[in-house]
Unconditional design. Structure first.
Length: 344
């Protein structure tokens, strides 16, 4: 460190390749000359940045990036988190930590990039609730499918749907003539685990609903048809400041709810949706759009009338994605304008 100390005063930009224990540093001055290109152990990262004056720090927006972003901002640095997809094209030749850090620096110098905002601990806590819930739901689905498959092997079946699967669990608990005792004993732990997951998911749902009711942004979002507490909370926590988007169309494109282009020579060719951006938000909006379409006959507001007219000529799932696009734009408008949804 002592050999590098004379050059540290002129460092203006630092790119960091994050890791668990060994971090790669790529520091340059205002002319782009590389002053420091070395690996640091985890315990040496904060002392290194404390020895620098205020500078621009670029990192990929990975799992621990928000933690390090908060730590470095506390030292007076300006932190910019870059989506990994923007960094990949600038990795030269072989992929290693040194080349990754250089690619982050190269990406940081490009104009017109969209950066990820450093999240607070409270904001991360809300998103962690959603991630934990999603993981529990996936585990429950896996167990339900396993239970269905095992019982189908001995001729015991149930109709599709999570609700109908509970009947199979009752058969395991109570016993059935078509289910041998050895099979029942093997599947009983799976049924107990499903019931445990049901209780855990219900608890998280209740916590998210309470937080959504107390949050003014989520409250406004819940006035939109098809958006409940889970979707409203996820939107409010993920988007944060909607001013980072130029408009509702760009927000829908950020969620991957717009057609993928394969255009050339002045000819526009549109295909399926891009599926870019936040997969969790996109899934919630599409599920909410399905709910809007299923109950559209009971309402006569402009959204349902538009969907009803589209259903006359288009497949149901295509209309559901189009409706999800519309819900995303409505949500952006409500977050930007701080208003509530009205059917008119």
């Amino acid at each position: 460190m002592s050999k590098l100390s004379p050059d540290l005063s002129s460092v203006t930009t630092v790119a960091v390749d994050l890791a668990k224990h060994v971090f790669q540093i790529h520091a340059t001055d205002s002319t782009g000359k590389v002053l420091v290109a070395k690996a640091l152990r985890r315990k040496d990262v904060l002392p290194f940045f404390a020895s620098l004056g205020p500078c621009h720090v670029g990192m990929e927006a990975c799992g621990s990036a928000h933690h390090w972003g908060r730590e470095l901002m506390a030292l007076g640095h300006e932190v910019k988190l870059i989506p990994p997809a923007y960094v990949k094209p600038f990795v030269k030749r072989q992929k290693n930590d040194k080349n990754d850090a250089a690619a982050i620096y190269e990406t940081l110098s490009r104009p017109g990039l969209r950066f990820v905002k450093v999240r607070s601990v409270a904001n991360q806590a809300v998103l962690m609730q959603h991630k934990a819930r999603e993981m529990l739901v996936q585990q429950r689905t896996q167990l339900l499918n396993g239970l269905r498959g095992h019982l189908a092997e001995i001729g015991v079946i149930a109709a599709q749907g999570t609700c109908n699967m509970r009947a199979l669990g009752s058969l395991i608990h109570e016993g059935h003539a078509d289910i041998p005792e050895a099979v029942r004993a093997s599947l009983l732990p799976m049924v107990a685990q499903i019931e445990h997951l049901d209780a855990a998911i219900k608890q998280i749902d209740g916590d998210i609903a309470c937080q959504a009711k107390a949050d003014p942004v989520s409250n406004r979002l819940m006035t939109i048809p098809g958006i409940g507490p889970i979707t409203a909370s996820a939107l409010a926590a993920t988007v944060g400041d909607p001013s980072s988007f130029s408009g509702p169309r760009e927000f829908a494109a950020f969620l991957g709810l717009v057609p993928r282009q394969n255009s050339s020579g002045g000819k526009t060719k549109l295909g399926p949706i891009t599926k870019m951006g936040n997969q969790y938000l996109r899934k919630l909006l599409v599920v909410g759009a399905h709910a809007v379409l299923v109950h559209q006959a009971r309402h006569s507001d402009p959204l349902r009338m538009w969907a009803r007219k589209l259903l006359e000529t288009k497949p149901f799932k295509l209309v559901a994605v189009a409706t999800a696009n519309k819900l995303a734009r409505m949500a952006f408008a409500l977050m930007s304008q701080k208003t509530r949804y009205t059917a008119a």
